[in-house]
Design a protein around this ligand. Structure first.
Ligand code: 5GP
Length: 188
C-alpha cells in the first residue's frame, strides 16, 4: 500500500474519538498514531494505547530532539504532539495511519504530509448539541469545561480548510459516511 494518512479532526465534543475507535475496530488496514501528551491520564485510558503520557520535562526533551511532526499547547499548560516514530512504525507495517487531532494540529499535519493525507472534519449538527455533549462527558471540572467549550465553538470556523466534512448527528450515519470517504481515499 502507498503511504497514506487519515487526519480526523473536530472541535472537542463533536464525537471524533468515538468515530476513530469504531473505524479502527472494523478496519485492519488502519493503525492509530498514539500521540504524546502532558495531561493526566483518565481512568479508562492506557499509557501507550490512548496516549504516551509524559511530564512537561519529557515533552520538552522530545521537542528538543525533534521527535514531533507537530505539537501544540492545545489547552493552557497542556501539550499534545504527533511523534515521527509513530508514523514510520505504521507505514513500515503497510497500514494507513489515522490521527485524532485538534484543528491546528490537523492543518500542520496536512501541510507536512501533502497528498499523502486527507483531513476530515467531524462537525456537530449544531452549537447546542456541541455544548450538551461536552457537559455530558462529565470528566472535567467546571473551569476546564468552560475553556473547552469556548475553544470548541471557535474551532467550528476551521471546517473550510479541511478536505471533507462529516456531520455527526446520528452516529451510525456519520460512521457510514466516514467509512466511505476513508475507503475512497485509500483506494485512490
Ligand atoms: P483529549 O484531552 O480530550 O484527549 O484531547 C484534547 C484534544 O487534543 C483533542 O482535540 C485531541 O484530538 C487533540 N490531540 C490529541 N493528540 C494530539 C496531537 O498529537 N497533536 C495535536 N495538535 N492535538 C492532539
Amino acid at each position: 500500500m502507498k503511504q497514506k494518512a487519515i487526519i480526523i479532526t473536530a472541535p472537542s465534543g463533536a464525537g471524533k474519538t468515538t468515530l476513530v475507535k469504531k473505524l479502527l475496530k472494523n478496519r485492519d488496514d488502519l493503525a492509530f498514531s498514539v500521540s504524546a501528551c502532558t495531561r493526566s491520564k483518565r481512568e479508562t485510558e492506557v499509557n501507550g494505547v490512548d496516549y504516551y503520557f509524559l511530564d512537561l520535562n519529557e515533552f520538552r526533551q522530545k521537542i528538543k530532539e525533534e521527535g514531533f511532526v507537530e505539537w501544540e499547547e492545545v489547552y493552557e499548560g497542556t501539550f499534545y504532539g504527533t511523534l515521527k516514530t509513530e508514523i514510520q512504525r505504521i507505514w513500515e507495517r503497510g497500514r494507513a495511519v489515522i490521527f485524532d487531532i485538534d484543528v491546528k494540529g490537523a492543518i500542520q499535519l496536512k501541510k507536512k504530509l501533502g497528498e499523502k493525507a486527507i483531513a476530515i472534519f467531524i462537525a456537530p449538527p449544531s452549537e447546542e448539541v456541541l455544548s450538551e455533549r461536552l457537559r455530558g462527558r462529565g470528566t472535567e471540572s467546571e473551569e476546564t469545561l468552560r475553556k473547552r467549550l469556548s475553544k470548541s465553538l471557535a474551532e467550528l470556523e476551521f471546517q473550510e480548510q479541511m478536505d471533507a466534512t462529516v456531520i455527526n448527528d446520528d452516529l451510525e450515519i456519520a460512521y457510514q459516511d466516514l467509512y466511505e470517504k476513508v475507503s475512497e481515499f485509500i483506494e485512490s
